[in-house]
Design a protein around this ligand. Structure first.
Ligand SMILES: [Cu+2]
Length: 181
């Protein structure tokens, strides 16, 4: 698992590289453009380039769609046909999480029944490495259902994902996932 900080550094380097490359193209065009051409003279070529680019982009999008469709971050268990192994009642309050249990088995389907008592909160499940694995809104007067299967035993972290007042950043709770026998 790549640490979160290293991944953000990588994104920064990629972003800076892309910005530099785009800037270089603009400078190159500005320095090499000489003379003037009338619109009618460049029109056919421009239209040709445009439809060619459209075709390329369409093909790229179709390729990306087909390749990534199977790995959407919504598992098929979002609407399970099987009954969950365990139901956990979750209540968000300013500023804590109240769970009917703080220990759940790994590898089993868990149903979180999530609500709130005061204001809207965001129920987010983070892996022991700090990666967001699943989340659902916690709303007063309404129960949201989050079906989730913890991949490995360990200490996961529940965080609030919606700003809910002064102590929002400290609204977190460890959740122990144990090896089911
Ligand atoms: Cu909150």
């Amino acid at each position: 698992m790549v640490p979160l900080g290293a991944r953000q550094d990588l994104v920064l380097v990629l972003f800076a590289t892309m910005v530099t490359a785009i800037g270089a193209v603009f400078v190159w065009v500005a320095l090499t453009a000489r003379g003037r051409l009338e619109y009618q003279a460049v029109r056919p070529h421009g239209y040709f380039l445009r439809s060619w680019w459209f075709g390329v982009l369409l093909a790229l999008c179709a390729f990306g769609f087909v390749v990534s469709l199977a790995s959407l971050p919504y598992p098929a268990e979002a609407n399970p046909t099987r009954a969950p192994a365990l139901q956990v009642r979750v209540k968000g309050v300013q500023w804590a999480w109240l769970l009917s249990t703080d220990r759940v088995p790994a590898g089993r389907l868990i149903e979180f029944e999530v609500t709130a008592t005061d204001v809207n909160h965001g129920f987010g499940i983070y892996s022991p490495h700090g990666v967001l694995l699943g989340q659902v809104q916690a709303m007063p007067g309404y129960v949201n259902h989050l079906f989730f299967r913890f991949p490995h035993p360990g200490v996961y972290l529940i965080r609030c994902m919606e700003y809910c007042g002064a102590e929002h950043p400290y609204m977190l709770m460890p959740l122990t996932v144990y090896q089911a026998s």
